[in-house]
Structures are given as structure tokens and as C-alpha cells.
Design a protein around this ligand. Sequence first.
Ligand SMILES: [Zn+2]
Length: 416
Amino acid sequence: MADMKQQLLDWIEEDRTKLLGFFSEFVATPTPNPPGDTREAVKHIRRFLDEHQLAHRVIDPEPMFPNVVGTFDGAGDGKHLVLNGHIDCFSATDEGWSHGGPWSGAIEDGAVWGRGSADMKCGTSTSIFTFMYLNRIKEHLNGKLTLTCVSDEEVFGPWGARYLMNHHPEVHGDCCLNGEPSSPYSIRFGEKGPYWVTFHIKTKGAHGAYTHAGGSASLVAMDFCQDLRGAIDAIQVEPPHNIGTALAKARDTLDRAMGEGAHTIIQKVTCNIGVLEAGDKVNVVPGTARIETDIRLPVGCEKETVTSVIESVLARHPEVTMEEQNYMAPSWCDPYGEMVGILQNNVEALAGFRPTPIVSLGGTDARLWRYRGIGGYVYGPFPHGMGQRDEHVPVDDFFHVIKSHVLSAYDYLKAE
Ligand SMILES: [Zn+2]
């Protein structure tokens, strides 16, 4: 068995130029969402799959957002592993980018540069290569391996992984492995849940000189925001099952992966005031205001807990009404599941350290598997420049992620 793993690593080394070339060209095929058109990038993926005689199909309930799905069986019965990655990416303006702009895919200074490189064309390329290498040795595997390259992820859209999970139960499997940016030091087994709420404020307004008349929507908005933040900050949430133990051990890794201080909010409900709008003229007391909030629920937090706190704040501000925009529950699976141990062992053998299981602040499609009680694990590169300019993935990280996934998928499916 050790020989088989060495064989897989040797193939990856032999194919370095080809794998890097695929990744670079993938980044150079723009897929910003919005609008989220991934058709050209899907052609790029299909060319690679066809070149390696890998059977697959396109599932495109909405033609602009196609999904690529492939599957094969091993020699005997066994578990079903699903590889998942998205094809679309954040949007980008040209401003401030080095290395040829956001869609260059340039391989320079030891990294691949461009929008979508870290989030998550590195991870999606990894899934495709894992599918290719394991297909080559399928007579040594049991069970089944499925590849899902999906669209429509960045806007939590309905046509990608959500569509597949709802209409194609054959992609559920027993475990999902995903290469979203996580940092090589962490394995993500859960994530917080976004709850987006818009508040509308209506007052009578007045001439700007008549402040004695009261009724300023901008002042109500300021008071309301302070009150809301304080009330949300006071919510206490107990993590379920063994999640608390895992998070207590992951304190340093959380900060390393998501920035200093991340551990202080991982188990807190947070509230970002993303949009605050009131008035349109300096000499008018505004009669309307609008506040858009992005509230994030930690693992173990019920939506009702937050809603009842919001309602108690609303009761103190009769000029304010709320409108729910979007909600996705927080998700989690076993922090000590089989895939975690497999990944830890392989990463340790490859790089000399053991990644720590953590919960992530941001969202991924892996939640859709966890919602169904299936393990959904994320292991990917550092999020260098994610959502900002100069997004990139160091070439060494790219190959580290590929090797970690290929060896771990093999360990999960290998015939004993
Ligand atoms: Zn992503």
C-alpha cells in the first residue's frame, strides 16, 4: 500500500507542468459572479476530462451555470467519497493588481496569480486531479468516487451544489472533501451561518432647521444600530457535543487561519452593519433610513434565539421594521471523523505538521452535505488576497493541497 501512495506522488511530480498549466489557464478563464457565467471554464474542465478518458456529464438546469459530475466504481463494495469544488469566483476590478491583472493566471514569483486562484480554482483543480489519479488505480479501490464541479456558489445561488443535492441524491455519498481556502494548518468541519436582515425606518422628517420637531430617521438609525449590536453581543451560545473541546484546542490555529482575534468570535453571534443609508439633502431631517445587517450564527445557535433578541430591540424602536433577506443555518460534522484523521496523517507525512480541525467564519458548499448528516471537510490553501487584489496561491501550496487530497482520497477508498 505504501508503494501505491509513492506511485501517486511520483505521478504528481512527473505531471507538474501539466497540472500547473491547467490551473493557470483555469484562472485565466474569467468566471466572476455576478454574473456567474461559467460556460468557458466548464469547456476547459471537460477538455481535461476528455483527454484522460474520464466519463462525466453536464447538469445544467440553468444553461449559464453548468455543473460537471463524474463518477466511477472501485473493484469492490465500499464507501462513497464525493469531491466538491466551485467554478465561479468573486468579481474583480483591474485596479491595483500586479502580475498582469485579475485574469492573468500568471505563474510568477513562485505563485499563480489572479481572481479565483485561492477561492477556489486551486481546490477545484485538486478535485479534478484527484478524480483522474484515482481512476487510474481504481482496481485497487473499493466503493465509489464522485467529482462535482459546480457553478453559482459565490451568491449562494440555487443552480449549483444546492440543485445537485436536491435533485441528484447520487452525489450525496458518505463523505465530502472540498478544497476551499482553509490554510494548510486547519481542516474545517463546520461553519457559521449567515442571517441577513434589512431594517426600514420611517419617521415624519422635517426642514433641516426644525430639529425641535424631532422625527429624524438618521438619529433613530444610529440609536437602533447601537442597541442592536449590544443586544446581539450579549447572546451566549453553548457549542454542541464535542465541538467545544475541538474549538478550545484550536485557538491558535483559528487565529493563524483567519487572522488575529478570530478565536474570540468563532462561538459568538456577530453583527456587521453592511449598509446604512439615510437622507439625501443636507438641510432636510430625513424621514426614511435603511440598514442592512449581516448577522453570523455560530455552531449550536438557533435562528429563533437571534430573532427573539431582534424583536426585543424592535420593541424599543417603534419606527423600525425588519425584513429577512437570507438565512443559512450554521453547519458542523464530527471534528474527529475518519477523514480528519486521514488528512492529518497525510499532511504530517508530507509537511511535518498536523492540521487542526476548526470551524470557519465564512461559508462553503460543504454545509449542504453536513445539513444531511454527511461529513463535509474542507482542506485548502491560504486565502492570500481572497476578495481583494493580488489573490494568489504559492506553487508549493498548490502541490501540497493536491498531494494531500490525492493521498487522503486513496486512504479513504483503498481496498484492504
Ligand atoms: Zn469559495
